[in-house]
Design a protein around this ligand. Sequence first.
Ligand code: HEC
Length: 179
Amino acid sequence: MNCSAKPAHFLWLLLATLFLAGCDVSMTQQKKARALSPSAFWHDGASARPLPPGTVAQGDLARDAAATDPPPVSLAIVAKGRERYDIFCAPCHGLAGEGDGIVVARGFPAPQSFALARLRAAPAQHFFDAITNGYGTMYPFGARIPPQDRWAIIAYVRALQLASAAQLASVPEAAEKIR
Ligand code: HEC
């Protein structure tokens, strides 16, 4: 027996197995309705079936509850908000929230500064809704930022707003250090 031929035999066997394995078309050629294709089977002529009334997608109820239930503010939440803000918002709103991010420097319309009196007085819900649904030219982030992170971002925006209006008198220790 010629032992040097063995690896070649094995290779052919492997190739044949792979080739034959690719011949099973039972899944691809079975009768099926393609997404959104018409169908004579149902009285409304559509193959897609309407959801039964009251159907709730998995996780929707928890998400809805989180959207109306801001977590208590803590240093950890503000830190988390800062991290998320720097990733998602700073490119346009700027690191300090002044509306001068790098995307704006490249020609995107500039958002107004978060330090404006109107935005300092705006309720947290205004920010939450803008993040969730978008606002004018700003696209929505509802699908990308979970509700808990949206609240964290808002806590950090509040910190930016506080900082923008801070007087030296509001941080006496800093005044000590400067002197
Ligand atoms: C692609 C750039 C861009 C990104 C990213 C972005 N924004 Fe905006 N945002 C804008 C622009 C531009 C406006 C003003 C839109 C308008 O007035 O038509 C705006 C408006 C807003 C407003 C409403 C302000 C007002 O005048 O009432 C809020 C609140 C806001 N953004 C928060 C955020 C937060 C928080 C993030 C991060 C999760 C974020 N934005 C990410 C561009 C952006």
